[in-house]
Design a protein. Sequence first.
Length: 368
Amino acid sequence: NQDEMICAGCGAAIQTHDQTQAGYTPTSALEREVVICQRCFRLNHYNEVQDVPLENTDFTNKLHELGKRNALIVKIVDVFDFEGSWIPGFQRYIGNNNVLLLVNKIDLLPQSLNENKLKDWVRREAKEQGLKVRDVLLISAEKKRSVEEAASKMDQLRNGKDVYITGCTNVGKSTFINSLIQQFGGDEEQLITTSYFPGTTLDMIDIPLDDGSKLYDTPGIINNKQMAHFVSNKELKHMTPSKEIKPRIYQLNEQQTLFIAGLARMDFTKGDSNSFVAYFANDLLLHRTKLEKADELYAAQAGEMLSPPGKESIHEMPELVAHSFHIKHEKTDIVISGLGWITVVEPGASVTVHAPKGAGVSIREAII
Ligand code: GDP
């Protein structure tokens, strides 16, 4: 009876009906002599961690286990999608453990970036979100920038304890762990192991550290506010920056609109002429038009000129809903979760952003 089977890798109960949940195993794999779930199978073969939604209470219960361990918690966030990759209520999960915050994908931001200013901003943001962090580092796991610094910081803060690597899906956890392994030697096959920890319920992989402690990789958490949920994988590639973002600057007058392909639009409804600096993937189309023509243009061109979304996925995209802001401070970012942001340079602008229903839209002090 498959209900009673447990995965030989992580100990989760084997189930065949829900790919998004722990223990999922394709029916065909039940015939194997040693049954392991798809997640552990992938971990073993491709070193890939599968992710679970945050609403999954089973999983949040497991996150609470982190608070019962005496460990260093490394939390990774994506600088390109800071809000979307922040795990709300994180402090509740982790108890009194030390937290090292790694802000990843820093290679996507312009090189002219003032790193200290960004770090200060991150510290304030963490505090505002109720998270006590011991330190903040800006890294690029992919370009191996500051990975070594992160490793020695981890070593210093962990004080002989285990380390847990946590973060939302797609923030670069696997990339980070792999670059740690590459930099600090060891044969990957030998170092990355899946194992079942008796008496624990966390489904994680562990990597032995040289003093007998362990580095754990936890499954990612899916954040529903990300635009990624509304587009196809191909389109997602198109809207996710893969290299340094070249800011695009628009001098706009009131009653002008800026389309972010067919995914969103920003209406500058009222205010003196102002500068808007757009940070989106370099090949994502930005199109300026008059506000009075915007509805008509969208009706005619969404899925055509205004693409992504393309013809196939336009019908699956939720309707656009309006979010209005009055910008009171100079240099304010209007952020569309997972898509990018627009910095409004001068105070006094009234803007309305139209974004797919469910997508997170917010303002913050400019990070650049
Ligand atoms: P995980 O889901 O947290 O394990 O994330 P992955 O390690 O699978 O990375 C998710 C995506 O982000 C992949 O497409 C990576 O190539 C990309 N990525 C990871 N680290 C970086 C980075 O430092 N810079 C950039 N530009 N992309 C990164």
